[in-house]
Design a protein around this ligand. Structure first.
Ligand code: GH3
Ligand code: MG
Ligand code: MG
Ligand code: MG
Length: 313
């Protein structure tokens, strides 16, 4: 079996957490250099109905971790190229504001190794060879913790704006209002342009700073009745109550103009960041919140197609 296993079996594009189809299915990321082990674990976890992505390469694993924000991370700490502990530490360091359960698997099970694992942020420690039945129970336990955590949180830790969960609550509320009073609202999805490149050039911590700055800018530049949400990674949603799509698009354009002028300075270099936006106005009460977000997302797609740094509705 070749090392390209991971890409044949898990395409990033197959899994978009932001999309309704995948939103509720837990995603588990496994990092192990042992491909046989990966396949074994992957199949067992998939039998439970969970989605699994596997990585043998630590660096690729970190960027996928950021990209897809798994619900549970399973990591082998005795990796040859980059020490698993180092990897765990760097993930922990960069992602300290997010709760993603981390399960360490290891054939070294001495006390020091176990203590190291917990100190580096492991939530559980499972010894190899793995007892599959027990492994599944323990992973399930971690997924439950994650679910309880997610359900209790309405604010995104990193950016301090509302999260995706609260977005669906609010959209339901405004849809009911629309049904009752006929007062519509608009929704904008704003996605930073070439954000991956910022991470790749300056590192994830700089990427995080840009996200924080963008969220703050959005809050400052919208009306107090508008609500800002972090929709996923580098995507934000603004809900504009009592606003038609034209007005909302104008606001978005003004924000785009302003934000594009913000100068970020990092490692002796300066750079600017733009975004693309898709706007949609709810126009009949039979539309659900997911339909509305899909429409806004289509408009966003058009904005990206047009070359980015623009607003489509
Ligand atoms: P496009 O112009 O088409 O939107 O390109 P893009 O690079 O912005 O889009 P893509 O979806 O390819 O990449 C999004 C990146 O956002 C990838 C992922 O690593 C990064 N990301 C997601 N969440 C976070 C986060 O919390 N912090 C950091 N630093 N990066 C994140
Ligand atoms: Mg190993
Ligand atoms: Mg995106
Ligand atoms: Mg983007």
């Amino acid at each position: 079996i070749s090392l390209s296993y991971e890409y044949e079996h898990f395409k990033e594009s197959d899994y978009k957490k932001n999309e309704p189809c995948c939103g509720d299915v837990p995603l588990i990321q496994i990092i192990d250099d042992d491909v046989t082990m990966l396949i074994l674990l992957k199949e067992a976890l998939e039998d439970k109905g969970w989605m699994v992505m596997t990585n043998t390469e630590p660096d690729k694993a970190v960027s996928l971790y950021y990209d897809l924000q798994p619900d549970c991370l399973v990591i082998d700490v005795d990796l040859p190229s980059k020490n698993g502990f180092q990897l765990l530490e760097s993930i922990q360091l960069h992602n300290h504001k997010q709760f993603i359960p981390k399960v360490v698997i290891s054939s070294q099970i001495d006390r020091i190794t176990r203590m190291n694992a917990y100190e580096m942020g492991a939530d559980d420690f499972i010894e190899k060879p793995i007892d599959m039945e027990e492994f599944l129970v323990r992973i399930n336990r971690q997924l439950q913790r994650k679910q309880i955590f997610d359900q209790s949180v309405l604010i995104d830790e990193l950016t301090q704006v509302y999260n995706r969960r609260f977005l669906s609550d609010q959209m339901e509320r405004y849809l009911k209002d629309f049904e009752r009073t006929g007062t519509s609202f608009s929704v904008g999805i704003l996605d930073l342009d070439y954000f991956k490149k910022i991470n790749d050039t300056y590192g994830h911590l700089t990427g995080d700073k840009v996200l924080e700055a963008f969220a703050l800018f959005l809050k400052e530049q919208t009306r107090s009745t508008d609500i800002v949400f972090r929709y996923g990674g580098e995507e934000f949603v603004v809900l504009f109550p009592r606003t038609n799509d034209q007005e909302a698009a104008e606001v978005a354009k003004r924000i785009l103009e302003g934000f594009s002028k913000v100068e970020f300075k990092e490692q002796g270099q300066s750079f600017h960041v733009s975004f693309s936006a898709g706007i949609y106005m709810a126009n009949n009460s039979t539309e659900g919140s997911l339909d509305i977000l899909k429409k806004a997302d289509q408009a966003l797609y058009e904005a990206k197609e047009k070359g980015r740094a623009c607003v489509e509705s």
